[in-house]
Design a protein around this ligand. Structure first.
Ligand code: DGL
Length: 264
């Protein structure tokens, strides 16, 4: 099926997910929508994030006829996924279940840490999913709101970033978990600093890598995989395309090309 896969995030963090999707699925057409006019979602209410997510899904379904929707934002996945799944017939993949699936498959999983935005941690979505999938695990969640700004600033290798990470991760340094879920799509660009801070013990779980595997399986199971063809990626944003293209390449790992500004 040649219809595109829709991917959205509050802004550019979801580009870390898109990067994994295009690596795993080289013949698919992707339409990425970054809601840069309304970012961040991390401190907003469930009602607001759900309303924004529905507006974006409507746009991607009506104008781009997407065959599958990837919610490449942990906050939107934690707060809006049930509503999206209720409204739309196409498959909707969030970030929480793929990360939890990976944690559940680990040989050592008695202690699992989760870091994310305030909204993600407050929602309890990870705790709930982990309680079902790995009932014996001790789960600890820590909100790390400043990390989004540091990642967008490109300060991935600065002392100030290391200091902020050390402060947030202090409970995990004192007692390292078996796995740490990077429950925010901005965090993969800070992975080296997080690893340096927390040491070698915890397995770091990256939502983009896990979600790409789940999308791959789902496209095969539902038989809507695109026939071999050149990969295409369209970038849409709700605010300044220039800033998105400039900063976004750090998240995507390469140049983005054309970015189109849209009104939802
Ligand atoms: N992309 C968001 C997430 O994964 C972080 C940025 C925001 O707060 O909107 O939760």
């Amino acid at each position: 099926m040649e219809n595109p896969v829709g991917v959205f995030d509050s802004g550019m963090g979801g580009l870390t997910v898109l990067k994994e999707l295009v690596r795993t699925l080289p013949s698919e057409h992707f339409v990425y929508l970054g809601d840069t006019a309304r970012v961040p979602y991390g401190g907003k209410s469930a009602e607001t994030v759900t309303r924004y997510s529905i507006e974006i899904a409507n746009h991607l379904i009506r104008l781009h006829d997407i065959k599958l929707l990837v919610v490449a934002c942990n906050t939107a996945s934690s707060l809006a996924l049930p509503a999206l799944r209720k409204i739309y017939k196409i498959p909707v993949v969030g970030m929480v279940d793929p990360c939890v699936r990976r944690a559940a498959g680990l040989p050592r999983r008695s202690s699992i840490g989760v870091i994310g935005t305030l909204g993600t941690v407050r929602s309890g979505a990870y705790e709930e999913a982990l309680r079902t999938a790995v009932p014996s695990a001790k789960v600890r969640s820590v909100p790390c709101p400043l990390l989004v700004a540091l990642a967008e600033e490109g300060w991935t290798d600065k002392d100030i970033t290391r200091a902020v990470i050390a402060e947030y991760l202090a409970p995990f340094r004192a007692e390292p978990p078996d796995a740490l879920i990077l429950g925010c799509t901005h965090y993969p660009v800070l992975k080296s600093a997080i690893r340096e801070c927390i040491g070698e013990t915890p397995v770091l779980i990256d939502s983009g890598e896990e979600a790409a595997m789940v999308v791959d399986i789902l496209l095969s199971e539902t038989q809507v995989r695109s026939p071999a063809g050149p990969r295409e990626v369209d970038f849409l944003v709700t605010d300044d395309p220039e800033r998105f293209a400039r900063i976004g390449r750090g998240f995507y790992g390469r140049e983005l090309g054309d970015v189109q500004r849209i009104v939802l």
